[in-house]
Design a protein around this ligand. Sequence first.
Ligand SMILES: O=C(O)CCC(=O)C(=O)O
Ligand SMILES: [Fe+2]
Length: 369
Amino acid sequence: MPSLTVPSAPRYISPAPTQEKLDYADLAVIDLSKAHDAQGRAELAVQVTEAMKMQGFFYVINHGYTSAQTERMFDIADIPFSGVSDEEKSLYRGKMKETGSFQGYKPRQYWHIDNGVHDQLEHYSINRDVTKRQHPEAVRPFLPEIEAFARHTHFNVLHPILRLLARGLELHEDALVDLHGFDSVGETYVRFMKYYPRSEAEELKTNNVWLKGHTDMGSITVLYSQPVAALQILARDGKWRWIRHVENALVINAGDALEFISGGYYKATVHRVVQPPADQHTHTRLGLFYFCMTDDAVQLSPDLFAGESAVLQRVGVVRRSADADADAPSMEQWRRARTSAYGQSELKKTAESKVEEEVINGVVVRHYS
Ligand SMILES: O=C(O)CCC(=O)C(=O)O
Ligand SMILES: [Fe+2]
């Protein structure tokens, strides 16, 4: 019989939200509880489609977790960092470069940011099938809750959003859901992420950029909002705007895979992480994510839906790869190639200052400082 009590975890006390006046992005707020009936879904489909086309980011509220459930997940999210020794962490280190997979720890200082400065953040990634790998001892008691969290985010957040996005393309409602099976082979995963304050010298040499501007490689990223301001999106007017913390909300964005299969209709928006405002300088920053990808075998080509989608026929398809789409990478090829290269490859300067690039599977990938 499943246990009725959950194991105790140290409380993770979140810092207070910043009081500083920041230039915030003005994002749509999607009330996902409306997706329970047909009229609500029709309304939300319009809002979500517009948000994904215009900003590429939106908030979701009423996703089905109470504040207490979300807080419990932040308590659990801190355990791989605060509850595991450096020695044990090294046993569960991910082999990003060799295997192209983030599963396990990404240690601090693994990525090169700029001018010889390396990152000061660590993450611990767990496939939604939590049994795929072994986990540090302190994490093991929480695996049932981590799996329940993955299922919740998959079925109550990811799938409803994919249904709305499919409607926006005038596809049958499950067209995108069918590419994101919970039990399929693929790497949709839970990530816990902790950023540590950096030295003044590191801040100076990197122009306060903690994680360079990038697009996510998967289809949808679900970020559980947290109070330390640092995430910014590159708005269509070319300005970086801050993402505001909204209590118990989710921040949703599209990644490369969704851009590829929607023929550019839904854009992967560039975002970055910078030093928090002065009143939060001394805090660590704990992140809780669900990074979603299509099933590994899906070929990331707009030809998947170009024939079926009346919208794509009207607006036309934009291809990011110059190659014929017969050569479009599969989700597995794309995620592996991007993961091994990330923060390790030599980036080429471009004519635009502050933008560097590399070519992966025939596609130009840009990095912004
Ligand atoms: O920490 C954040 O707010 C965003 C992190 C991010 O963009 C990423 O890990 O891809
Ligand atoms: Fe990202």
